[in-house]
Design a binder for this molecule. Structure first.
Ligand code: BGC
Length: 436
């Protein structure tokens, strides 16, 4: 496959070559172009989230006022227009909408509804997500075992019903969960999100027997509920899917186990209630077989970030393999063709419409965001040409935001002061023309 070096600015290639490529790499008029954000990461002032206390416990940088999107939505809309976006994905903050158990904040819901209206008035399709990692503090006080308890699912469905009712007819595409497996593994598998637990040491225990099925059931019931409220809406999930490779010959089975655990299991449990699959793609991961105690499912996913956290020695001891591609500011290997690959794999397995609900990079010296976008879209165009039904591409993220513990990684097409960052101009041209 043709490779354009990621460090090259695509706007500066030889003109003839660009003309030729533009002639073949185009997307249809109906293709959705836009960006994604999430409430806790951008709104600011979400003091009732369980993450508030968690930030202190874990010594995280405080989220504080984030990008102030709760006040500055008009500014965000202006950025979307400057990008020529036709879609915007945001999330509702459960802890804002339901600050105390059973007490719903009508004004907050009305504000989200006004956002959806304002977007539609500008020809921008709103996609709303109901659960993007952050949960109300009261939820875990009432249900200390979190998603291992039925009560959490019941509370979540009450909130979905209120939100669905308040935004009825305004949201054509709902996402019930963002990255359910990243969230559930982060909260119950390793102590990254509250309540924090080490279920990954025994994933076949509560994590797979209670927590994941409970969340999958919540998705299924939320989907039915949203469809009852608005039969015309579609309901999907924003699912994090990495391109998985066996680290070495003999590691294929471990790769398959990890693929099932992180990617397939949740989709298998919800596939009859998915109108589309949102795909969050960032990187490739080499998976190795690992017999050391503590290796979940006997597999070690050598995620780039893990290497940075564990250090190279322990990483290699656990079987980790490091890829040789450039790395983003998160330490994630940048592998654009992986996006086409995972889209093909999801299509083959589930035959659902696909929408890229996140793809982006944390800035790193020498990495061009414009080239990153171009390469990923190129991979997507190739998959589309083979008949994979990808409906749109939403870049993560509209602006720099709170990256779960730190403001250091900069994923934004704009900074928090809403000044354009590297790649914004290029992306705006692609959104307008549908051509790379
Ligand atoms: C999440 C976002 C996050 C992004 C970059 C995704 O896993 O949905 O909340 O900021 O990746 O890490």
């Amino acid at each position: 496959m043709r490779q354009i070096p990621l460090r090259t600015d695509p706007l500066k290639g030889p003109v003839l070559l660009r003309l030729f490529e533009n002639a073949i790499i185009t997307f249809p008029k109906s293709f959705l172009w836009g960006a994604s954000t999430a409430s806790y990461q951008t709104e600011g002032g979400n003091h009732r989230s369980a993450l508030k206390a968690w930030e202190k416990t874990r010594g995280w940088e405080e989220c504080g006022e984030a990008a102030r999107s709760w006040e500055l939505f008009d500014e965000d809309l202006r950025l979307l227009k400057s990008l020529n976006a036709t879609a915007y994905r945001f999330s509702l903050e459960w802890s804002r909408v339901e600050p105390e158990p059973g007490r719903f904040d009508r004004e907050a819901l009305a504000r989200y509804a006004s956002w959806a209206r304002a977007l539609a008035a500008e020809g921008i399709r709103p996609l709303a997500c109901l659960h993007h990692f952050s949960e109300p503090a009261w939820l875990l006080h009432q249900h200390p075992r979190g998603w291992a308890e039925d009560g959490v699912r019941e509370a979540f469905l009450r909130y979905c019903a209120e939100a669905g009712g308040a935004l009825k007819g305004l949201v054509p595409d709902w996402l019930v969960f963002n990255e359910p497996m990243v969230f559930l593994v982060g909260a119950y598998g390793v102590p990254y999100f509250p309540p924090g637990g080490w279920g990954l040491l025994n994933p076949r225990g509560t994590l797979l027997s209670r927590v994941v099925p409970n969340a999958a059931r919540a998705h299924n019931e939320a989907r039915d509920l949203l469809k009852r409220l608005d039969p015309a809406c579609r309901v999907g999930v924003a699912h994090n899917v990495a391109a998985l490779d066996p680290a070495r010959p003999g590691d294929e089975e471990a790769r398959g186990r990890w693929d099932w655990f992180m990617h397939r299991n949740f989709l298998d449990l919800t596939k009859d209630r998915l109108d589309f699959i949102g795909l969050n793609y960032y990187t490739r991961v080499f998976v190795s077989r690992c017999r050391l105690p503590g290796a979940p499912l006997g597999a070690f996913p050598g995620h780039g970030e893990l290497e940075e956290r564990l250090g190279p020695l322990l990483f290699r001891l656990l079987g980790g393999r490091r890829g040789d591609r450039p790395r983003s500011g998160m330490g994630w290997e940048v592998v654009p063709e992986g996006l086409g690959r995972v889209a093909r794999e999801l299509h083959a397995a589930y035959a659902k419409p696909l929408l890229v609900t996140e793809n982006g990079m944390a800035a790193a010296p020498g990495l061009s965001r414009a080239a990153f976008i171009r390469e990923h879209l190129d991979a997507l165009a190739r998959a589309r040409a083979e008949g994979v039904p990808v409906e749109g591409y939403l870049h993560w993220s509209l602006m720099d935001n709170y990256e779960w513990g730190s403001y250091r990684p900069r994923f934004g097409l704009h900074d928090r002061a809403r000044r354009p960052a590297d790649g914004a101009d290029y992306y705006a041209r692609v959104c307008a023309s549908g051509a790379l």
